[in-house]
Design a protein around this ligand. Sequence first.
Ligand code: PLP
Length: 436
Amino acid sequence: MPETRDLYEEACACIPGGVNSPVRAFRAVGGFPIFIRSAGGAYLHDHQGRSYIDYVGAWGPMILGHAHPAVLEKLRGQLGRGLAYGAPTELETEFARKLCELVPSLEQVRLVNSGTEAAMSAVRLARGYTGRDLIIKFDGCYHGHTDALLVKAGSGALSMGAPDSAGVPAALAELTLCLPYNDTHAVEQACAAHGARLAAILVEPVAGNMGLVPPQPGFLEKLRGLCDATGSLLIFDEVMSGFRVALGGAQTRYNVTPDLCLLGKVIGGGLPVGAFGGRAEIMQLLAPDGPVYQAGTLSGNPLAVSAGLVTLELLQQPGCYETLERYGAALTQGLAEAAEEAALPWATAHVGGMFGYFPGLEGPVTHFKQVAACDHDLFRCFFHGMLKRGVYLAPSPFEAGFISLAHGDEELQQSLEAARTVLRELSRAPRAGKTP
Ligand SMILES: *Cc1c(COP(=O)(O)O)cnc(C)c1O
């Protein structure tokens, strides 16, 4: 049996950093990533035959649990009919109709292959619709890796953004203004200064890419009001929160309706699907009806759409979100209690099937600067302690945790037992400089 280290070194020889998405490389926690061989229900099974309770869920999509029988059955049926046609299918219409039925802001929706693509296309559409160029986004929110949105705050509060990656042209970053999450005053000021040039405000209505940071009461409503006042579009990036925090997403949970909405992750049930949509009057500007170009060879792929359809159908059964909510509450409360017993500061948050925890911080956590100041060393030690005890958490303090409907009482008790043990040990041991 090859060791994890060997597997990782082989991968590094032919894949940059050994991974196809950076966070998988464990750089924030050190050590080597575990290599997965299979998954079922709430569990991942690695190459060495060890099993883990999985709180990553493929970064969100696996809300039903891994290898759900109904999803597999639907996929098997589709497999015999071919993998891709590059021509319309009834499945796509059925899927789009379901999305429009369940997500309040959608009158029409177009399918793509990833959240990144959805964000990129929606920004172009918002600019095409308004005839304006500026975008407002928020520090700590992630909208995929399109150039226009890989932008961080500039030097002054109201100055335009700076590239957040090599290769992003400064001239493009200058069209994006990056503000602190939950800071209504900053958005008011930015709209007063730049409102007439503003195409859209783009926001994660529940922020899940800086740990988990819920919107403060009134924040989303304020964004809605400012978009109306400036004639710009409100775009909710629900790639993560969509069908995660409620059926229909954060917009049903908080009762604020955006002009455009981005979806991904859960709606593909584990296969690559993204979507963006909104009012028909805006969506009709897209090619072939309108002048805003957008396309995709595998968009609306029949296998991907099949997995998504079954997933959404199962999520419509009563009680799903109550179950996720209960588990999230019990898990975060148990974690907080274990940390308190160990006398370690430890903020937690949960919304629907998402949760977050911030070692070293006292809650509530409302914006990125706080998250960045969490105790990274404590996080790293906790992560490895849990991994050793068979609990797989996200290997970075900037990622949310995900619960599935396959997680039950047994997994909850086992996870909390592991957390109590690890935190007890950490409260005794001096940690500085210790590597796993
Ligand atoms: C994951 C994510 C994206 C990017 O989606 P990909 O499918 O990875 O391109 C965009 N926005 C949010 C909020 C996300 O969580």
